[in-house]
Design a protein around this ligand. Structure first.
Ligand SMILES: [Zn+2]
Ligand SMILES: [Zn+2]
Length: 263
């Protein structure tokens, strides 16, 4: 949990103007599946069942840089971020392509840890309140324990709701920004009697598999349980799309929301 918090704070989310990141090889890096390592890799991993296409580019209206689809301009960092999710004040930087895996895993572990503490600490909390008739025989004062316990209860509720919402977004193939945008597109398309289809949505499991990069071309599943760094499945300039889709269905040119609309 702490390792992921450290990573999410220290690994750059991936800015558009940065050179493509080279995967690391140190101890902290997860190892790819054998089959993926044996294959000749050319930047992007192409697999049989997933179609990965080059992203369209557009100019950012704020910093003027040419940037691939799914990047957004962060007003706080004042730069364009690859696969921008949101700017997180808690880590004082953006959550984007390269650190989103750690962001999500950190929240998952935090949610598990606080929930365990909340459940297992319940009898002690009763003792601290003196409701069980039990005696408080611990070194720390009951008030200190109660404060920590209340913090844990609040965190476990808040974080669990947050991470559930986030994982649902990932399973739907959307970032936080996109989930708002797509809501808008759905209404626009509906107004025309059309249906909006997110072309990045490959189905719930496939989306999760790509996000954590644990498919056949990525890392073994057990890497999710270890505090290791891992590459995303893409360089942020190519995206897996539904077969036959070049862009979202039900969205016409010029209807895409820009960063200004999002604010
Ligand atoms: Zn920009
Ligand atoms: Zn930012």
């Amino acid at each position: 949990m702490f390792a992921h918090y450290f990573y999410v704070c220290t690994i750059s989310p991936g800015f558009v103007e940065d050179p493509p990141r080279q995967p690391g090889t140190g101890l902290l890096w997860a190892k790819k599946r054998q089959s993926a390592r044996n294959r000749a890799l050319t930047g992007i991993r192409w697999s049989d069942d997933i179609q990965i296409v080059k992203a369209s580019v557009s100019r950012c209206r704020r910093c003027g840089i040419m940037r691939p689809e799914r990047s957004h301009h962060c007003r706080i960092c004042n730069r364009c971020v690859l696969k921008y999710d949101h700017h997180c004040p808690g880590i004082n930087q953006c959550v984007g392509l390269y650190n989103e895996r750690h962001f999500v895993l950190f929240l998952v572990w935090l949610s598990i840890a606080t929930t365990c503490f909340t459940l297992s600490g319940w009898p002690r909390a009763m003792d601290a309140l003196g409701w069980n008739g039990g005696l408080w025989t611990y070194y720390s004062p009951p008030v200190a324990f109660l404060l920590v316990y209340i913090l844990s209860v609040v965190l476990s509720l808040a974080v669990t709701i947050m991470i559930t919402w986030h994982l649902w977004g990932i399973a739907s193939g959307e970032t936080s920004v996109e989930s708002q945008d797509h809501e808008h597109y759905r209404k626009v398309a509906q107004g025309r009697g059309e249906t909006f289809i997110n072309s990045f949505d490959l189905g719930k499991w496939k989306n999760l598999e790509l996000f954590f990069n644990v498919g056949m071309d990525g890392y073994p599943l057990y890497t999710l349980l270890l505090p290791l760094k891992a590459e995303p499945y893409t360089d942020g300039r190519h995206w897996a799309r539904r077969p036959g889709f070049e862009h979202h269905l039900g969205l016409r040119e010029g209807e895409e929301l820009t960063d200004e609309d999002d604010e």
